[in-house]
Design a protein around this ligand. Structure first.
Ligand code: DGJ
Length: 722
């Protein structure tokens, strides 16, 4: 049984990790430990008097909530540090004290109502501990959920807040989890960025005081992915203790890190409380998003591989979860809005001839959308551009031997659209204030059930109207003017979260209605590229930046949390449209084939040599695709530290591997370098591009990198056990 309760200690464990919580003599839940597997009976939490200004318990000055590590600290009480939970009742901030009520241990892992989460396929895969707590004065009850995986060093946490009091209350903070790490020297990694520069790795020292990451954009955002890795100061890629925290949520998030007066490091993760105020009616429950906590005693690499396996197999769902993804050609960078059926069919036919498997029609097929100034919301086909409608086009594409995919942006509305003229109150707007456009569009009020119902109807009609195998689901701006016409003034603090719940309902309904359609998340590139979306859509557009050099950084950064099967990468034209850089077709193809590969360029404008290269890239990708998408990933050279990048994938049975090496710029007279491989079987003999080596030699001695490194040079080694 991987959860026990003995001597007032809850021990949640599997073969590799332990999580220990102490039920204190005053009924508080104290955090004792999260790390490698231990014997819980052998550790103790020292409760002792500290010379501080903090309040203590009655006459017991050895016990102060301000200095003890806690499981779910609250604002406004005796703990002066940041709280995970805050409440207002009768117009007053409440100094809650959540005390232990009861506990329950169950096999399996319950799903979160209306929200994405890691799931169990059968009850043996997880065990869940639910600890119920109660504030006796306000009558609020908080259930803390801890689900431990049988197989992985993973604990999933969330909280459920129940109003069992006699009146409504406002929740003004409701984090998913809090964790107090014992005093020590720590760093933290986060994935920082911007549009077309997503997921850049930054590692910072955890300093005294307050720091952290957040999004206030209404989506998880390009600027900060909802992830941090706390690392002991000496932790690195393959060594040291690391705690990876990844929030399964796609809207405003916050992960705060606070080093308090005695050096304890408190990490709180969840919905960003900045613009959050939730009215919880009597007898109602508020469910927080889920925080996935991964522990690795062997550095970042092991942490990432745990996230990859878990997210690939127990967060992503549906038919495509375990299927190789089609190599697509998308018309966006080839034509933007300027296309007709003939042009699209030409691109698709040429793609088919080169071995591609699906044609995707991007933005501009609906309403009167000939540029980005109109028609979002008018989800009916533009027959001037496509006289045979979508069905006509899809059938012709199919006739070329290709599948057909289509772009949508359901959660947006153009001021210049039929939908907006009919329903101006469907766009977010603050009463008496001007609405603000971004990319010439407004945001639909997804917190409204009637709007979500309308979108289910509108999108499903289109998906039924033709043979559509794939949907690219875009979301091209951040939220402003966040106010709903159907909620009273005092409940507007709910709109951001209600918006997300509405979007999740739309995603859930459509993905269930169309189980054979492959859905890809997108948000002006990677503006909503997070675990929440992966629950509905098993892949995400990696970035609007298709330059191969920029992609090295983005894909390397993404690999901290996200498996290659979820990261889409396209080969585009040169000079590149985002950074104007010219890189060889080989580098572009090699970088894209280290993820879910596709193409996005006008195939009528390339020469015979490039066509041949593309055909060879596709042939090779079909050979390595399963290893890339479903293998274990090992990072070898970090582009954020060096002038090149390298990583590899190894199939689960270690019979196949593929190594990618990408150079940025040449260094004249550079040193002769080798790259040591990882994750192979020492005893196996492997063929590597025609030569034979043992796994041991490849991992100890390695492979030589090109002797005369050139600008933008790349090598892909295909490795197979003999
Ligand atoms: C942003 C996406 O990231 C692009 O790939 C493209 O689909 C455009 N939107 C279309 O408007």
């Amino acid at each position: 049984m991987p959860v026990t309760f003995e001597n007032n200690i809850f021990h949640i464990y599997n073969d590799n990790v332990s999580y220990c919580i102490k039920l204190s003599r005053y009924g508080d839940l104290l955090h004792m430990f999260f790390g490698g597997r231990i014997e819980s009976a052998e550790i103790e939490l020292i409760e002792r008097e500290r010379s501080s200004f903090s309040a203590y318990e009655g006459n017991d000055n050895s016990y102060s909530l301000d200095t003890l590590p806690q499981e779910y600290p609250v604002h406004g009480g005796q703990d002066m540090r940041t709280g995970a939970f805050a409440l207002e009742k009768n117009g007053r901030k409440e100094a809650c004290r959540l005390k232990f009520l009861s506990y329950n241990i169950m096999k399996g892992k319950p799903r979160l109502s209306g929200m994405p989460s890691v799931y169990a396929e059968n009850d043996d895969e997880f065990t869940t501990l639910v600890i119920s707590t109660r504030d006796s004065v306000s009558g609020i009850e908080v259930d803390l959920y801890y689900s431990i995986s049988e197989k992985y060093p993973v604990i999933c946490r969330h909280a459920e807040i129940r109003n069992s009091s006699d009146s409504g209350v406002y929740i003004t903070a409701a984090a998913s989890a809090s964790m107090d790490l014992s005093a020590g020297k720590y760093k933290y990694m986060h994935l920082h960025g911007a549009w077309i520069r997503e997921k850049h790795i930054e590692i910072c020292d955890v300093h005294k005081g307050f720091q952290g990451i957040e999004s206030r954009r209404g989506s998880s955002g390009s600027c900060e992915n909802p992830f941090i890795a706390l690392m002991e100061a000496d932790a690195a890629e393959d060594s040291g203790r690391v705690w990876g925290l990844s929030l399964v949520y796609s809207a405003d998030h916050r992960m705060s890190i606070e080093t308090e007066q005695y050096g304890t490091v408190r990490v709180i993760a969840g919905i960003n409380p900045a613009d959050f105020r939730w009215y919880l009616e009597r007898e109602n429950t508020f469910v927080t998003p889920e925080l996935v906590m991964v522990y690795s005693g062997n550095g970042l690499g092991e942490m990432s591989r745990t996230f990859h396996r878990l997210y690939r197999t127990r967060l992503c769902r549906g038919k495509y979860r375990d299927e190789e993804r089609p190599i697509l050609i998308n018309n966006w960078e080839a034509t933007y809005f300027d296309f007709n059926e003939e042009k699209l069919l030409d691109i698709s036919r040429r793609g088919a001839e080169l071995g591609m498997e699906m044609f995707v029609l991007d933005d501009g097929w609906f309403g009167a959308r000939n540029d980005d100034r109109s028609s979002l919301g008018d989800w009916f086909v533009n027959e001037e551009k496509l006289p045979g409608g979508l069905k006509g086009l899809a059938d012709k594409v199919k006739g070329q031997g290709m599948k057909f995919g289509l772009w949508f942006e359901p959660e947006m509305i153009s001021p210049e659209s039929r939908l907006f003229r009919e329903h101006p109150d469907w766009a977010l707007a603050i009463d008496n204030r001007e609405r603000h456009e971004a990319r010439n569009q407004y945001v639909i009020d997804m917190s409204r059930a009637d709007v979500v119902d309308h979108l289910i109807d509108a999108v499903s009609k289109i998906l039924r109207s033709a043979d559509i195998s794939y949907v690219k689901w875009d979301f091209n701006r951040n939220l402003t003017d966040v106010n709903s016409a159907v909620l009273p003034y005092e409940r507007q603090g709910e709109v951001r979260h209600r918006f997300m719940l509405g979007s999740y309902r739309l995603m859930d309904t459509l993905t269930r209605m169309f189980p054979d359609v492959l859905f890809e998340g997108c948000s002006g590139g990677a503006g909503r590229n997070d675990p929440g979306i992966l629950y509905y859509m098993p892949q995400n557009w990696g970035s609007d930046d298709t330059d191969a050099v920029e992609r090295m950084y983005i894909q390397y950064g993404a690999s901290m949390v996200y498996p290659a099967s979820t990261v889409c990468a396209h080969v585009s034209t040169v000079p590149n449209h985002q950074v104007m850089r010219t890189t060889p077709m080989k580098l572009r193809g090699d970088v894209a084939s280290a993820a879910v590969m596709g193409y996005e360029l006008d195939l009528s404008k390339i020469g015979e040599t490039e066509k041949k290269e593309i055909a060879e890239q596709i042939e090779r990708y079909k050979r390595i695709r399963a290893t890339v998408l479903f293998g274990d990933m090992y990072r070898l050279i970090d582009p954020f530290k060096e002038r090149s990048a390298s990583w590899m994938y190894v199939s689960e049975d270690k019979a196949k591997a593929v190594v990618f090496y990408f150079n940025k710029l040449a260094l004249p007279n550079s040193e002769l370098r080798r790259v040591r491989l990882k994750g192979l079987d020492c005893t196996k003999r492997y063929s590597v591009n025609g030569n034979v080596y043992t796994g041991r030699t490849l991992m100890e001695f390695g492979l030589y990198l090109p002797e005369y490194e050139k600008d933008f040079e790349s090598v892909v080694w295909e490795i197979e056990a003999l």
